[in-house]
Design a protein. Sequence first.
Length: 722
Amino acid sequence: MKRKQKTDHSPRKRGGKKKQIRQELLVEAILKVFQQTPKMIYNYRQISKLMEVEAQTGRLQVVEVLSLLAEEHLIVELEPGRFRCNNLGTVAVGIFQRRSNGKNSFLPEDGGQSVFVAERNSRHAMDGDKVRVQLFARRKGATPEAEVVDILESRKSMFVGKLQIARGVAFLITEDKTLSNDIFIPKEMLNGGKNNDKAVVRIVEWPENAKNPLGEVVDILGVSGGNDAEMHAILAEYGLPYVYPRQVEEAAEAVSDVITAEDLAGREDFRAVTTFTIDPHDAKDFDDALSLRRTPDGNWEAGVHIADVTHYVKPGGLLDREAYERATSVYLVDRTVPMLPERLSNQLCSLRPDEEKLCFSVIFELNDAVEIQSSRIVRTVIRSDRRFTYEEAQAVIETGEGDFRDELLTLNRLAQQLRKKRFENGAIDFDRYEVKFELDAEGRPLRVYYKESKEANKLIEEFMLLANRTVAEYVGKPARGRRKKTFVYRIHETPNPEKLENFATFIRRFGYKLKTDGSKSEITRSINHLLDSAKGKPEENLIETLAVRSMQKARYSTENIGHYGLAFSHYSHFTSPIRRYPDMMVHRLLERYLAGDASAPKEKYEEQCDHCSEMEQLAAIAERASIKYKQVEFMSERVGRIFDGVISGVTEWGLYVELNENKCEGLVPVRDLDDDFYEFDEKNYSLIGRRRKRTYRLGDAVTIKVVHANLERKQLDFTLAE
């Protein structure tokens, strides 16, 4: 009997299936009416009219559906035959997340699970808006849904894209992942914008029944594809400034460059001590210098001298407010967008050679075994003797010949010993390459290469780390009987255990082991052993990338929990006040506490820490976007060529492949893997063919062909060449 039911294809059976489908569609349609008008009360006649159901049998079906929805508590029967949506009073407040694929969601501020919000129920809320929603009663087996009823705080209204103007009709075409609709721009709101211009547009209105939001051009960045226009577009996309307000520039110009006797009062004089800077060849903001001299008892006095930015930038002033809003300099492929105007960053505060400069310094006395005999934090005046590039300093270290060879070689020896001690104490040895570009005069990439950190870089790094740790310990380790005072720490939490375990599982297939339990020092020693073992191997970059991903992100906080990656119990940022606002905060707090003043208000500084951490992340995303843009631009002239690479990412939509030759990354879409139906195995970072079981794993070597380079999306499309 059972077999007969399974093979029964009689007309009566097909008709029953059809009726079931019709009823399911009717359920969805009626439920949608109630959800779209949650305060309205309907009877079956009104619903039938809205559904355009006229036949008596159809109306009986409407009655049946209304009873069904009432039984499931999706609607409420207020009195016999009169129904209303069952969501009144079920409200929540949180953040709206808009997505260009229409899969919008609501994140409750109490930390609950996200809830789906259909576009028809979004009330045109924008990504990041704080909203109030009504939660719909949940149907069995269905995804929970909500409807936006009120927009409490608007967040994003600026979008970047390309103007498309035809027959007097203008739109902004944007690749923003939070907006699926192009922005309509009335002719009178173009503000001089022309077809194919890259522009910044503000949404001024999104009428309730309109498909497209209405926008106004607020800035023209240049012709789409132009280097300046595209770099400015990246900054604007993440809400980062790309120009300085005129009044801020004027305030910078008004700052005096004269060092008075009053400015020198109370400062230690290092003008006669050998001092130099070591920076990238294209740097203009030299915010740190090193000095070295022998002490009478045969030890070494090493000075870390940092530009005294807060001498020039006063709290609450125009320059200070602008610096706080920016919070950091932004480093794109072809330019630096400084936190402070160039008058300060590249001139007054930059420790240029043969110029007297005011500094905040940490002075160490070390013996030949790099044991710190004493240290002090003081304000100083210096005169740099030489500006070294990293390459020039490296040449002196390698050859033993050149300017200030004795000082450079001594500092390098001390730095290597400091570094060795740091790793012995449990620091993690992340030594990643840096992607660099050789550009022509118009900013087009001629060559992509990667730069590794050498001894000269590590020399500077070790002394900056030492200074940062010392100032953090000065405040964070008060003398017995004294209370800790508010301070800005750079903190790094211990790794997420689940991520670390997944990482350990993955690397086993390469023949590596990783200890994921035990003491903190045992785990870090195991990580360092892994990184050392992978050096020079094809999988080196992949393993280092995944190791970084298993770590937490460092951030700023007034709550000191130490820095896991550096193995420091106390750490701060003191050494780059030209380019980081937290360093300016640290300088001001040090000045306050050196003078013996009371602790600063903790809440205010914690709020500033959160802002600076957030801006740091945005700047890092913008930097990566500029690198990606230049990589795609570079590869756009290599479409059709074949390259060897390694699978650097695996997702349900395809394989990301990083090319060995230049580290450019592109996507092999899963739809192009047409020899089988591939399923995503998230735990094992792989795509597996359902029939043939062919597997593509993270780290696998592959050969690809470049098929498309989309500059607008900053996306490379590959196909497997074999």
